[in-house]
Write a protein that binds this ligand. Structure first.
Ligand code: B12
Length: 193
C-alpha cells in the first residue's frame, strides 16, 4: 500500500489536548508492517572525546521488531551527522522513530532531535528507550514538550513489537508494558528470559 493510500487513525494526544493524528498501517501485524527508524545518538556530550561503541542494545531491539515483521533501519550518529539523519528521515519516511538513550549525557541530543523531527514530520511517532531513559522517563516526556510520544522502559526486545502493534492498530498505548506517556504509565516492563 502506498503512503498516499494509507488510512490514518486518531489516538488521543499524550498531552490531553487536541488529538494528534498518526499514520495507521494495518491491523495485521507483519502483513503491512510499520517502518521503524532506530537512532543511536552521537558520541557523549556531542563530542568525540569518548568511545564510539557498537549500539548493541538498539540492534537487539531492531532485530526483535524485524522478527515481528516490521521494516527497520538504523542510523548511528556516532558515525553519521544530524544532516544525514534528516536526509534519512526524508528518504525513509518512518512511521516510528526510536531513540536509544543509555547515557544521561544522551538526553539533550535525543530531546533536541525529537523536537526537530516532530516539527518537520508531525505524524511520526517518537519513542525513547534505553537504560537512562528508563529511570528518567517522566522528565524526558516533560522536556520533549509534546514531541516525545512515549518512553519505553527496560529491555526493548519484548516491548517494541507490542508498541509497534499498538501504534499500527491505534490501540491504547498504556497497555504496552514499560510504556510511559504524558497520560500515564503502562504495566511494568517485561524482561528477556
Ligand atoms: C558494558 C557497559 C559499558 C561498555 C560499553 C558497552 C556498549 N557497547 O555500549 C564500556 C565498558 C565501554 C562502557 C563505557 C562507559 N560507560 Co558503561 N555500561 C555498560 C553496562 C554495564 C552495560 C551496557 C550494555 O552493553 N548492556 C547490554 C546491551 C545489550 O543492552 P543495552 O545497551 O542496555 O540495551 C538494552 C536496553 O537498554 C534497551 N534499549 C537500548 N536502546 C533502546 C532503544 C529503544 C527505543 C528501546 C525501546 C529500548 C532500548 O533495550 C536493549 C536490549 O535489551 C551499563 C550498565 C547497565 N547495566 O546497563 C553501563 C553504563 C551504561 N555505563 C555508564 C558509564 C558512565 C560509562 C562511561 C561514561 C564510563 C566512563 N567514565 O568512561 C563510558 C562511556 C562510553 C561511551 N559511550 O562513550 C553508566 C551510564 C550512567 C548514566 N546514567 O549515564 C552505566 C549505566 C553504568 C552505571 N550504572 O553507572 N560501558
Amino acid at each position: 500500500m502506498g503512503r498516499a493510500a494509507r488510512a490514518e487513525d486518531c489516538i488521543p494526544t499524550c498531552l490531553g489536548a487536541k488529538p494528534r493524528r498518526y499514520m495507521r498501517r494495518s491491523e495485521a501485524r507483519g502483513k503491512n508492517p510499520m517502518r521503524l527508524l532506530g537512532v543511536h545518538p552521537g558520541p557523549l556530550m556531542y563530542t568525540k572525546i569518548f568511545l564510539r561503541l557498537e549500539p548493541l542494545g538498539l540492534e537487539l531491539v531492531a532485530q526483535a521488531a524485524r522478527r515481528a515483521g516490521h521494516q527497520v533501519e538504523l542510523i548511528d550518529l556516532q558515525v553519521e551527522d544530524h544532516r544525514a539523519y534528516f536526509r534519512r528521515l526524508a528518504r525513509s519516511r518512518p512511521d516510528v522513530v526510536a531513540f536509544s538513550c543509555n547515557y544521561l549525557a544522551n538526553v539533550p541530543e535525543n530531546v533536541d532531535l525529537a523536537k526537530a523531527t516532530k516539527a518537520r514530520f508531525p505524524n511520526v511517532f517518537i519513542c525513547v528507550g534505553g537504560h537512562s531513559a528508563s529511570f528518567t522517563a517522566a522528565a524526558i516526556i516533560a522536556h520533549g514538550n509534546g514531541a516525545i510520544d512515549c518512553v519505553l522502559k527496560g529491555e526493548g526486545e519484548a516491548a517494541m513489537p507490542l508498541l509497534l502493534e499498538a501504534v499500527a492498530g491505534g490501540r491504547d498505548l498504556l497497555t504496552v508494558p514499560g510504556i510511559v506517556t504524558a497520560e500515564g504509565e503502562g504495566p511494568p516492563a517485561v524482561f528477556v528470559h
